[in-house]
Design a protein around this ligand. Structure first.
Ligand SMILES: [Zn+2]
Length: 259
C-alpha cells in the first residue's frame, strides 16, 4: 500500500467523535451540534452492537417489512412527520423538499436533499461513503449529501452548497462516519477522476480530507467544518461495504422547530 494521495485537510478543521445514543434505532450524534442546536435532529444510525440488526437498506436482502419497521422506529425517535429518501445514483442531483403528506417518501436518483421546512427528516444510506450534513444556523436551512468518490468527482459538494451561497459564513458542515484514508485503497482511475495525481498502482485516498478541502475551497470557513473520527471499516459500530456488509446505515438530518 502506498502513502495517501495529496488531500490535506484544512488546518482548522475540527475532529469529532459522535456520541452514541443507545435505543431504537442506535444513533451516533454530533455532541457539539446537539448542545448548540436544540432545534436540529442529526445523526447516523449504526449496527447496534455485534448482534444488532439495523439494516436500513431498501434494495438488499432484508425483508421489506423488517426494513420498514426500522424506518418507522427512526421516524418515531426523530419525532418527524415526514421521512424522505431516494435511491441514490452517485451523481449530483438535488431534491428540495417542501410540503407533502406524512409518512415515508421515496424518490429515485437523488444524492442531495435540501429543506427549510420543519418536520421533514432527510436521509441518505451509507456504508463507507460520507454522509455530509450542512446546516445554516441563522436561517435554519439544511442539506444532506451522500458522497462517495463518484459524487465527489461530480462536485456534489458545490451543488449541495448552492442553496446556502448567499451566507456561507453561517454554514456548519459535518462529515459523518465513513471509510478512513488507510482503509480506502483505490486504483489510479479514481485518483484521476478526483483530479489527484495518478499513482502507478492502487493507493489510498482520505476522502473526507478531500471533501473538507472542497468545502473550504467553495467558501465554507475551515473552522465551520468538522470530521467524524469514526471509520466505518475500522469500527464495529457501523456497516462497511468494503468490510463485506450488504447492510446500510442512515445519515439523517431534520429541523424539529422552525425559527
Ligand atoms: Zn479505517
Amino acid at each position: 500500500m502506498t502513502a495517501p494521495a495529496r488531500a490535506e485537510a484544512p488546518n482548522r478543521m475540527v475532529h469529532v467523535r459522535e456520541e452514541r445514543l443507545d435505543g431504537d434505532p442506535p444513533r451516533h450524534v454530533h455532541p457539539g451540534w446537539a448542545r448548540a442546536y436544540p432545534w436540529l435532529v442529526q445523526g447516523t444510525t449504526g449496527r447496534g452492537g455485534p448482534d444488532g440488526d439495523w439494516d436500513f437498506g431498501l434494495s438488499g436482502a432484508a425483508p421489506v417489512g423488517d426494513s420498514l419497521r426500522r424506518w418507522r422506529l427512526l421516524q418515531s425517535a426523530a419525532d418527524m412527520d415526514r421521512v424522505v429518501h431516494s435511491r441514490q445514483a452517485h451523481l449530483d442531483r438535488v431534491l428540495s423538499h417542501d410540503s407533502g403528506p406524512p409518512g415515508l417518501a421515496l424518490s429515485d436518483g437523488f444524492d442531495v436533499h435540501y429543506t427549510q421546512r420543519a418536520d421533514v427528516l432527510l436521509t441518505v444510506s451509507v456504508a463507507d461513503c460520507t454522509p455530509i450534513f450542512i446546516v445554516d444556523c441563522r436561517r435554519r436551512r439544511i442539506a444532506l449529501l451522500h458522497a462517495g468518490w463518484r459524487g465527489t468527482a461530480h462536485r456534489i459538494i458545490e451543488r449541495g452548497l448552492e442553496p446556502f451561497a448567499s451566507d456561507l459564513a453561517a454554514v456548519q458542515v459535518h462529515l459523518g462516519p465513513a471509510i478512513c484514508g488507510p482503509c480506502y485503497e483505490v486504483g489510479p482511475e479514481v485518483h484521476q477522476a478526483l483530479r489527484l495525481p495518478a499513482p502507478c498502482g492502487p493507493a489510498t485516498i482520505d476522502m473526507r480530507s478531500l471533501q473538507a478541502r472542497q468545502l473550504v475551497e467553495a467558501g465554507v470557513p475551515a473552522a465551520n467544518v468538522s470530521v467524524s473520527r469514526h471509520c466505518t471499516r475500522c469500527s464495529t459500530d457501523f456497516y462497511s461495504h468494503r468490510g463485506g456488509d450488504a447492510s446500510r446505515q442512515l445519515g439523517f438530518l431534520g429541523i424539529a422547530e422552525a425559527p
